[in-house]
Design a protein. Structure first.
Length: 179
């Protein structure tokens, strides 16, 4: 059950981290943030790195690659793929507004609600695999309890209202979080 709780924590952290990011290599800072959120919604997490500044590529990749985070939590690659395949990410009410742009720095306000919903049948397989990996019997009751915990934490949606810092590199706007 410890590994399952760790996976739940990683998923929750992932939802929060995703809401705090934005980016995208475009000629306009707002277009950059929109493109990054499109990559998140389409689960193209590897593209997020393309929208980050050179100085923060590793940091952004580490924060936004759920496969790496789940591997650190002890989940194997096949189970991670099943989990990501069971996930549907949506951004509703997305608003992207340029707050400032001076020289090679810009800031975009991003608002909306990020929701992660799961195909319960696919997720049941993942939860059962995780329970078995921990030497536990994957009873229907225990699997359903875990499914309720996941849906209660992630399917309600995470309200986002964040400022995204960007810099211009090689003529394109990219995310570059300020430390």
């Amino acid at each position: 059950m410890k590994r399952l709780n760790t996976v739940l924590a990683v998923l929750f952290i992932l939802s929060v981290v995703l809401t705090a990011c934005g980016g995208g290599a475009a000629a306009d800072p707002v277009a950059t943030v929109k493109a990054a959120m499109d990559a998140v919604v389409s689960k193209q997490f590897d593209k997020i790195v393309e929208y980050s500044c050179a100085a923060k590529k590793d940091e952004v990749a580490g924060q936004l690659n759920p496969a790496a985070q789940l591997a650190n939590a002890g989940m194997d690659e096949a189970t991670t793929k099943q989990l990501l395949d069971s996930m549907n990410i949506t951004l509703t009410g997305g608003e992207f507004t340029k707050i400032s742009e001076e020289g090679d720095k810009a800031q975009v306000q991003m608002k909306g609600t990020l929701t992660m919903k799961f195909d319960r049948e696919k997720l049941k397989t993942v939860v059962a695999t995780l329970l078995k990996a921990q030497g536990m019997e994957a009873t229907d009751e225990l699997v359903n309890q875990a499914l309720e915990q996941i849906s209660g934490q992630l399917e309600q949606g995470q309200s986002i209202d964040n400022k995204v810092d960007l810099v211009k590199e090689n003529g394109k706007w990219v995310i570059c979080p300020v430390d």
